[in-house]
Structures are given as C-alpha cells and as structure tokens.
Design a protein around this ligand. Structure first.
Ligand SMILES: Nc1ncnc2c1ncn2[C@@H]1O[C@H](COP(=O)(O)OP(=O)(O)OP(=O)(O)O)[C@@H](O)[C@H]1O
Length: 249
C-alpha cells in the first residue's frame, strides 16, 4: 500500500535562545567591566507561535509574509531540521528540501563525485545516481570542470551543480525556500523551465516566496504569516489579495 503523504502541525512553537554566550573569556571580561553587575537577561525569539495546519496529498501551498515572519522556520520544522519547542509536527512521506542550495559541498572531491554524494543525500540509490549522472552533468554545462575538485569553482558554478542534482530527483514532499537565482542569465532561463517541471512533480509542495506571481502560479492555497503566527490560510487569490491590501496600507 502506498503511504498517504501528509504534513500536520499542531500548535507548533519554535523559540530560539539568542542571549549572548556567558562562558567565553570575552564575556567574562565584559561582565567584570560592566558597571551594572546584573547579568544580562535571557533573550528569546519566538519564531513560531501556536501554528496549526494540515497539508494533504496533492496540495501546493505557498507561504508569504514579511522578512522574519517565520516562513523559513516553518519549512525547517517540516524538514525535521528544527524540532518544535512546543506542540507537535507529524510528517508522513519522504521530504526533499531545497534550502541553501550552494552549501554542503565536499571541496576536495570532483564535480562528478559531488553529484554522487548529493544525489544520495537527496535519497537516490547508488544505481539511480549512476543512471542519471550523465544527464545531470550535461544539464550543469560544467564540461571538463566536472573532473576538477569543486574548490576550483566560482559561486555560479556551485549553483549550477547543486541545482542540476537537486532537480533530478522525483520528490514526494518538496519544500522550497524562495526560488534562488540560479547562475548567469543563460542558465537562469533553462533553470526556470526545469524548476517549473520539478515543482509540478512534487506530490506535496510547500513553497516560500516574496513573489506573489510565483505563488499564484504554483499554489492553490497560501498561508500568510506574521511574527510567527498564521494571519490567514486559504485560496491563493484571496489571501494574496488581502496581503497586498495590508502591505499597501
Ligand atoms: N537559528 C536562529 N537563531 C535565532 N533566531 C532565528 C534563527 N532562525 C530564525 N530566527 C529568527 O526567527 C524569526 C523568523 O525567521 P525566519 O527566517 O523563519 O523568517 P522568514 O519569514 O523566512 O524571513 P525572510 O523573508 O527574511 O527569509 C526571525 O526573527 C529570525 O531572526
């Protein structure tokens, strides 16, 4: 029986302790010099507060909100990167997360080996990686650079490589944090088409973006976040309209 894919968050809270560290030599000196001898207060950021939502098989959901609203934090909870500090997150299905695309390379390994490593981290079997590796290499257009250690790559070349591997999988639950600019203009056009196809394949898509057009194009449902809380959750057109109206005030 195939598993029913689902994301369920119940009253999820995420807090970060952002107090200055008290155990370093510098902080000991700073404390000794401070006139007011009281220890600095603990500072907490409530990135998410009481967030409840259900996303079912087949849904494409957009996240919108101002900087710091909690969009990336929600995606990281869904990806299992941040455990909720309170409440409960249940995710059924294999998650493919595309965040911080151009990180996590093995610098001394070649482009080809980085395709293999990343492909497996994204959930491909070694056989699936070998089946797709030529096509991934071709898509990246990195040519002979694929034979070189990636420490010789430019920033744009890292993005080409990471993008080419990451979009070569068949995602179940696809989490995307703001579609990234993928390299130079020539590659960007090709990447845009590939991204569209890729997003169509996800059986659940959760997509954070500041682009109202992208959200409307890809998502039937949009969740609007403000200061870690859900302001509105409903059909894209309606929520985006209300968001735009609030932004204009
Ligand atoms: N690792 C962390 N440590 C401390 N605070 C964090 C951390 N990650 C996020 N935050 C804080 O949590 C809040 C929500 O951040 P988040 O990155 O989820 O917002 P966002 O909606 O994705 O913003 P943006 O549109 O700017 O990407 C912010 O106040 C941010 O400063």
């Amino acid at each position: 029986m195939t598993q029913e894919l689902k994301i369920s968050l119940r009253d999820v809270g995420v807090r970060f302790d952002v107090s200055a560290r008290q155990d370093s030599l510098k902080s000991t000196i700073a404390n000794a010099l401070r006139r007011n001898k009281q220890r600095p207060e603990r500072r907490m950021i409530h990135a998410l507060k009481g967030v409840s939502l259900e996303i079912e098989h087949g849904e494409r959901v957009g996240l919108i909100g101002l900087n710091g609203a909690g969009k990336s934090t929600i995606l990281k909870v869904m990806a299992g990167i941040y455990p909720p500090t309170s409440g409960e997150a249940r995710i059924s299905g294999h998650v493919s997360a595309m965040f911080e695309l151009a990180t996590g390379f093995e610098m001394t390994q070649t482009g080809w080996d980085n395709i293999r490593i990343r492909g497996m981290l994204l959930g491909l079997t070694p056989a699936q990686v070998e089946e797709r590796i030529q096509q991934i290499g071709e898509f990246s257009e990195l040519g002979e650079f694929l034979d070189y250690p990636v420490k010789t790559y430019s920033a744009g070349m890292f993005i080409r490589l990471a993008f080419s591997v990451s979009t070569a999988i068949n995602p179940e639950i696809l989490l995307l944090d703001e579609v990234m600019g993928a390299g130079d203009v020539q590659f960007a056009n090709k990447a845009k088409r590939r991204m569209h196809e890729f997003m169509e394949q996800g059986k659940i898509l959760v997509f954070s973006s500041h682009s109202l057009e992208m959200l409307e194009a890809f998502c039937e449902r949009v969740i609007w976040l403000r200061k870690g809380e859900i302001v509105m959750d409903g059909p894209s057109k309606h929520v985006l309209g209300e968001y735009e109206r609030a932004a204009g005030q």
